[in-house]
Design a protein around this ligand. Structure first.
Ligand code: HEC
Length: 176
């Protein structure tokens, strides 16, 4: 009697551990390496797995300049990619593993590209229309609906490109 009861307790504990630890990790992995269909998908899956896994190389989101720099780095490290292929890969990664510009993103794009809830996305756009453009990602702290923990989670989906306005004397075009 005692023996079988403890086996059941054991089995229960193992199942619980699997439930608690296994599933979220799996889901997170899937999201990291999920490459949606599109021009460039097969190139990435062919070229970018030759020296390392996609799990390690596609975790971080980057804007177009960031991906351009990475792909150039990979060519220097020995990746065989033609200039045409590089262009396709950069465009694909910018679209699928990119960041959206806080100062230009639309509500539709926020909801499509980031894991924000509608109320959070609306709060960000409301902040932008009331306070003007974001100067840095840190300014997300000023959006009341977002907790510091939430900002940590969503930060990697955003970039901030300064918007020049006529009243902003610091953002004059290069004068050299
Ligand atoms: C010829 C081998 C090779 C190929 C092919 C290659 N890489 Fe890399 N990659 C490396 C090496 C070496 C490193 C640095 C060591 C490491 O992090 O594993 C690296 C690191 C990275 C990093 C982390 C450093 C950073 O710049 O953020 C990313 C991202 C990356 N690669 C993306 C890619 C992508 C995208 C492709 C496909 C276009 C690709 N790699 C193809 C060799 C390669």
């Amino acid at each position: 009697m005692r023996g079988s009861a403890s086996i059941m307790v054991c089995t229960g504990a193992v199942l619980l551990t699997l439930l608690v630890r296994g599933i979220p990790a799996q889901e997170a992995d899937k999201r990291m390496t999920d490459l949606p269909p599109g021009e460039g998908q097969s190139l990435v899956m062919d070229v970018c797995v030759r020296c390392h896994s996609l799990e390690t190389s596609l975790v971080e989101r980057k804007d177009q300049t960031g991906w351009q720099k990475t792909v150039n780095d990979m060519i220097l490290r020995g990746a065989f990619i033609t200039p045409e292929e590089a262009k396709t890969i950069i465009a694909y990664l910018t679209k699928t593993r990119g960041r959206v510009d806080l100062n230009r993103v639309s509500l539709e794009e926020l909801l499509r590209v980031t894991p924000l809830q509608p109320a959070e996305a609306e709060a960000i756009l409301r902040y932008r229309s009331h306070h003007g453009h974001f100067r840095s990602l840190d300014e997300l702290q000023e959006v009341e609906e977002l907790t510091p923990e939430r900002i940590e989670e969503i930060k990697r989906y955003f970039s901030v490109t300064p918007v020049s306005s006529s009243s902003d004397s610091e953002s004059k075009p290069n004068s050299n």
